[in-house]
Design a protein around this ligand. Structure first.
Ligand code: ANZ
Ligand code: ZN
Length: 852
C-alpha cells in the first residue's frame, strides 16, 4: 500500500473538525481576522471558479488561524434570482406538455424555493468535501424570510432617509426574461467613444444573451448618485484594492468636472409656442466651456420638457420624438425647431434642434453644440448644414507668449474632423491666446449664470424587478395615500406561493396583491416588484456577524468591532456592480448610525480564471472539469494544492492533468517520507550537514510565511516542496538523521496545512504531534535567516552553473549526470563554502531534482 487513501483520510478529518468545532468563531471574540469569499449564486454545482476562489480564502484563513489569530470565515448563499425561477417555469412547461390535455396550467413540479434549497444542499456538501473550514453556524441564505426581511427593513430606512425614489424611466428590457436589467446587467453594448457622454449602444442580457430593448416603466431607485462624490474620492484611500478595480469603479462613476451655463431661448415667431418663452433660460452642462465661442447650435433631448411641449404643437418635432429618434443609433439625428438660443458669452443667436444624441438623463438634457471640437457635434452639424468654427488651436510648440502675441497661431482645419484636444483659444475675443485650462477658470468666473459643476456618469440604482424569486418591495399602493411603506412590525412581506406564468408571477397572485392601506385602511394593492438581487449581496457580509439577529439586520456593536472584511476574494466580474453597491450601502449605513465604518472591504483580491486550453472553463463551452470528479479521483487536497500552486491568485491559469498528477504524487511521496520516519530510531547527526538543513528549514519558513501573508501561495508551495525534496535527499545521502530531520518534517507539514489540510492532519499525527495541525502554531525560524539568504543565493548560482554544464554536455542519463557533474559541483561548492564561510555541505545533498 503506497501512501494513503485520500477518501478515507479526508472524510475522517472533516468529521473530526466538525465535532471539535475547529472553525467556529464565538460571538465574544474581539476583532477576528475577517476572511471572506464572495458567496456563490446557488446554481447547483460548484465549478472550478468557486473551487479556486474558496481555496484561496480557506488557505489564508487557515494560515491566520495557525498564526494565532481569531478568524471569521463564513459562507452563505446568494439564493434569489432568475435561474431558479426559470427552472421552475421549464419544469411546469414540461409537465403540461406531458399532460398534453393542455387545459389548466399545472403547478410546476419544481418551485424556485425547492430548486434553490436543493442546490444549497448539494453545494454545501461539495464545499465540505473540499475541506473548506467554514463556521457553518453562521450560514445564511438570502431567500429566507429571516434574511430578506432585512432587505425590506433597509429599503424602508433608505426611504425615510430620502434615498429612495419612484420614477418613470426608460429601462433595459429583456424580452426573453421579461424583466428589467440594470445597465450593468447589459453586456456587449459598445459605448460610443468621443463625444457627448452617454451613448449606450444596444447590448444583450447578461443571463440569456437576448438583445435588450428600451421600455418605459415606473421603477424604484436607490439614489446612489448622492454618494458619487464620496464613492469616487474614497477610492484613492483603498490601498488594499487592486488598481484595476479602482480604475474600473472610477470609470463607472465617471466624474466629469465642468460647468453649467444658461442659454436664453427665443421663439422666432413662425410656429413658435409662446409657452417656450415661459421657460426662461435653459441650462446646459459642458466639460469644455473654453469652446463656448464655437457654439453654432443648441440641442435638446427628445425627453426634455421643451421638446415635449414642442411636440404637442409641431408635427415635425412630434414625428421625430415619437418615431425617428434613436438614442442608440450610430448617426446623430435631429429636427430643427424654430427656436434660437442666445450664446451667453457672444450674444449670438444659434438654431435649436431636438436631437437624439442628447440624452434626457445626462446633465440637464440639453447641450451647446460645438462642432469644431466635438466629434458627435461635428457629425450632427455636417448632417444639418450647421456652421463649423474652430476656436481651439493645438498648443504644442506654439504655446509660448511671443508666438501668440505675434498672432502666429496656426488655426486648425476642422472642416473634416473636430479637433478635440485642449489647446490655445482662437477666434475667442478677449480670451484668444489663453490656454484651455486657464480660459475655463476665467469664463466660469466671468460669465453671468455660469458655475462650476461636477457631473457623474453614474446613474441611480434601479432595483425593481418584475420577477417572482426576490425580495418583495415592502410598499402598498393606495388610491388615496399613494405609495405607503409596510409598517415595520408587519415585515417581512413574505413571498406568496409560486404560480408559473409569463410576466410577473407575483402580480398573478390575487391574495398577495389585494390588501388594505396601512395608513387609511382602504382597499389597496401591494407592490409586485421584487428587489434586484444585488441588494441582497450589498450587505450580506454584515449578517454573518450575527446571523440570527431578529431585532436588527445585524448586531451593530459587533459589526463595528468585526468589520471591515480584512480579506475579500472574488471574481473580477464583480469589480463594479457588487463591489460598488456594497460600498454605497455601507456608507448609507454609516450615515444612518448603523455602522462605524464607511468601507466594507479593506483588502480585495480578484482571482483570475481557470482556463481549459486557454479558454474560460465553463459549462456552456463544454470544456469544464468537474471539481467533484477531481476530488473523487485524487482527493480534495490534490485539487487544492494544484489550484494554488498553478499561479498567483490574480492570474489566469490553464487546467493541467499533469499538474494535478504531480500534485498528487507529491503528497503521496511526502506521506511516505513522513511515515518512514521513526523518531525512536533517530540518531545523532553529522554537524555540518544538519546545520545546513536547519538553515534551509529556517529560510523556507521565513520565505513561505511572507508568501502566505501576500497570498502568493504558488511560491510558498514551491519553497515548501523544495524543502521536502531536500529532506528526502538528506535521508538518502546523509544519514543518520535525527532532530533536524524531524523539525524539517514538522515544518513542511505545517506549511502545507493551509493548502492540503487533510493529509497534513494525518501526517501531523504520524509525527506524534499534539492536537489538530489546523490549530498548531505556525512554524518560526529558529535563527536569523539573513545570513542564510546570502548563502542560499550562492547555492542557487552554483546550481545554475551545474545546470549549464549539464546542458552543454548534453547529458540525459541521470546516473551519468551524478558522476560527471558531482566533482565539478563539489569543487565549486567547496570554494563557495570557503569564500562565504558557510558550512561545506552542499556536495552532500547535491541531488537537485531538476538535475536528476
Ligand atoms: C460643449 C463641448 C465642446 C463638449 C467640446 C464637449 C466637447 P464627455 O464628452 O463624455 O466629456 N453633453 C452635455 N449634456 C449632454 C446630454 N444630455 N447628452 C449628451 N451629451 C451631453 O461629456 C461631456 C459633454 O457631453 C459636455 O461637454 C456636452 O458637450 C455633452 F468641444 O459641451 B460638451
Ligand atoms: Zn391609503
Amino acid at each position: 500500500q503506497r501512501g494513503f487513501d485520500h477518501a478515507e483520510v479526508e472524510q475522517r478529518w472533516q468529521a473530526r473538525w466538525a465535532d471539535a468545532g475547529v472553525y467556529r468563531t464565538p460571538d465574544d471574540v474581539e476583532d477576528p481576522t475577517y476572511v471572506l469569499g464572495m458567496f456563490p449564486y446557488t446554481s447547483g454545482e460548484l465549478h472550478m471558479g468557486h473551487v479556486r476562489n474558496y481555496t484561496i480564502t480557506d488557505a489564508y484563513a487557515r494560515f491566520e488561524r495557525m498564526r494565532g489569530e481569531e478568524v471569521l470565515h463564513p459562507m452563505g448563499w446568494d439564493a434569489f434570482g432568475l435561474p431558479a425561477e426559470n427552472a421552475a417555469i421549464e419544469s411546469a412547461e414540461r409537465s403540461s406538455a406531458e399532460n398534453a390535455s393542455g387545459d389548466e396550467p399545472r403547478a410546476s413540479d419544481t418551485n424556485p424555493r425547492d430548486w434553490t434549497l436543493d442546490c444549497i444542499e448539494r453545494m454545501r456538501e461539495q464545499m465540505q468535501a473540499m475541506g473548506f473550514g467554514y463556521d457553518w453556524e453562521r450560514e445564511i441564505a438570502t431567500c429566507t424570510p429571516e434574511y430578506y426581511r432585512w432587505n425590506q427593513w433597509l429599503f424602508e430606512r433608505f426611504f425615510e432617509a430620502g434615498l429612495v425614489e419612484r420614477k418613470a424611466s426608460e429601462v433595459n428590457w429583456c424580452p426573453s426574461c421579461e424583466t428589467v436589467l440594470a445597465d450593468e446587467q447589459v453586456e456587449g453594448g459598445e459605448t460610443t467613444e468621443g463625444s457627448h457622454g452617454g451613448g449606450e449602444a444596444a447590448g444583450v442580457c447578461w443571463r440569456c444573451d437576448t438583445p435588450v430593448e428600451p421600455r418605459e416603466l415606473d421603477q424604484w431607485f436607490l439614489k446612489i448618485t448622492e454618494y458619487a462624490d464620496e464613492l469616487e474620492a474614497a477610492l484613492s484611500d483603498l490601498d488594499g484594492w487592486p488598481d484595476n478595480v479602482r480604475q474600473m469603479q472610477r470609470n463607472w462613476i465617471g466624474r466629469q468636472p465642468g460647468a453649467r451655463l444658461e442659454f436664453e431661448i427665443h421663439g422666432t415667431g413662425r410656429r413658435t409656442a409662446d409657452t417656450v418663452e415661459d421657460h426662461g433660460p435653459v441650462e446646459v452642462f459642458t466639460t469644455r466651456i473654453d469652446t463656448v465661442h464655437g457654439v453654432t447650435f443648441f440641442a435638446l433631448a427628445p425627453g426634455h420638457a421643451i421638446s415635449r411641449e414642442l411636440a404637442e404643437e409641431d408635427e415635425d418635432v412630434r414625428r421625430f420624438v415619437e418615431e425617428v429618434a434613436d438614442p442608440e443609433g450610430d448617426t446623430p439625428q435631429g429636427v430643427r425647431t424654430d427656436l434660437t438660443a442666445r450664446n451667453p458669452v457672444t450674444g449670438d443667436e444659434v438654431p435649436v434642434f431636438v436631437a437624439d444624441f442628447v440624452l434626457s438623463d445626462v446633465g440637464t438634457g440639453a447641450l451647446m453644440g460645438v462642432p469644431g471640437h466635438d466629434e458627435r457635434d461635428h457629425a450632427f452639424a455636417e448632417a444639418q448644414g450647421v456652421d463649423i468654427v474652430p476656436v481651439i488651436a493645438p498648443a504644442d510648440g506654439r504655446a509660448d507668449e511671443r508666438a501668440r502675441s505675434a498672432g502666429d497661431i496656426e488655426i486648425p482645419d476642422v472642416s473634416d474632423e473636430a479637433y478635440t484636444e485642449d489647446g490655445v483659444l482662437v477666434n475667442s475675443g478677449q480670451y484668444s491666446g489663453m490656454e484651455s485650462d486657464a480660459a475655463r477658470e476665467r469664463l466660469i468666473a466671468d460669465v453671468k449664470g455660469a458655475e462650476e459643476h461636477v457631473q457623474y456618469r453614474l446613474r441611480d440604482w434601479g432595483i425593481s424587478r418584475q420577477r417572482y424569486w426576490g425580495t418583495p418591495i415592502p410598499v402598498v399602493h393606495c388610491p388615496e395615500c399613494g405609495p405607503v411603506l409596510v409598517p415595520e412590525e408587519d415585515l417581512p412581506v413574505e413571498l406568496p406561493e409560486f404560480v408559473p406564468t409569463t410576466g410577473n408571477p407575483i402580480a398573478a397572485v390575487d391574495e398577495f396583491v389585494r390588501t388594505t392601506c396601512p395608513e387609511c385602511g382602504g382597499e389597496a394593492e401591494r407592490e409586485t416588484d421584487t428587489m434586484d438581487t444585488f441588494m441582497d449581496s450589498s450587505w450580506y457580509f454584515l449578517r454573518y456577524v450575527s446571523p440570527d439577529a431578529t431585532d436588527a439586520p445585524y448586531d451593530v456593536e459587533r459589526a463595528n468591532d468585526w468589520m471591515p472584511v480584512d480579506r475579500y476574494v472574488g471574481g473580477i466580474e464583480h469589480a463594479v456592480m457588487h463591489l460598488l453597491y456594497s460600498r454605497f450601502v455601507t456608507k448609507v449605513l454609516a450615515d444612518l448610525d448603523l455602522l462605524d465604518h464607511r468601507e466594507p472591504f479593506s483588502n480585495l483580491v480578484t482571482q483570475g480564471m481557470v482556463l481549459a486550453d486557454g479558454e474560460k472553463m465553463s459549462k456552456s463551452k463544454g470544456n469544464g472539469i468537474s471539481p467533484l470528479e477531481i476530488v473523487e479521483r485524487y482527493g480534495a487536497d490534490t485539487a487544492r494544492l494544484f489550484t494554488l500552486q498553478a499561479a498567483q491568485p490574480e492570474r489566469d491559469f490553464d487546467w493541467s492533468d499533469k499538474g494535478v498528477q504531480s500534485a498528487h504524487a507529491f503528497l503521496q511521496r511526502l506521506a511516505e517520507l513522513v511515515e518512514a520516519f521513526d523518531p525512536a530510531e533517530a540518531t545523532g547527526e553529522r554537524d555540518e550537514v544538519a546545520a545546513y538543513v536547519a538553515r534551509e528549514i529556517d529560510a523556507t519558513v521565513a520565505a513561505a510565511t511572507e508568501d502566505f501573508e501576500t497570498l502568493t501561495f504558488n511560491t510558498a508551495i514551491r519553497e515548501t516542496r523544495s524543502l521536502a525534496g531536500l529532506l528526502r535527499r538528506y535521508r538518502e545521502h546523509a544519514p543518520p538523521h535525527g532532530e533536524t530531520f524531524e523539525r524539517g518534517l514538522r515544518a513542511v507539514v505545517r506549511l502545507l496545512a493551509p493548502v492540503a489540510p487533510h493529509v497534513s492532519e494525518e501526517l501531523w499525527r504520524e509525527l506524534d504531534a499534539e492536537g489538530f495541525v489546523a490549530e498548531a502554531p505556525w512554524p518560526e525560524p529558529e535563527r536569523d535567516t539573513a545570513d542564510h539568504e546570502r548563502e542560499r543565493r550562492l547555492v542557487e548560482n552554483t546550481r545554475s552553473d551545474v545546470r549549464q554544464i549539464v546542458d552543454v554536455a548534453g547529458i540525459d542519463d541521470p546516473e551519468r549526470i551524478e558522476v560527471v557533474v558531482a566533482p565539478e559541483w563539489k569543487h565549486r561548492a567547496l570554494s563557495i563554502a570557503i569564500e562565504s564561510d558557510a558550512p561545506n555541505v552542499i556536495g552532500e545533498i547535491m541531488g537537485d531534482e531538476e538535475i536528476r
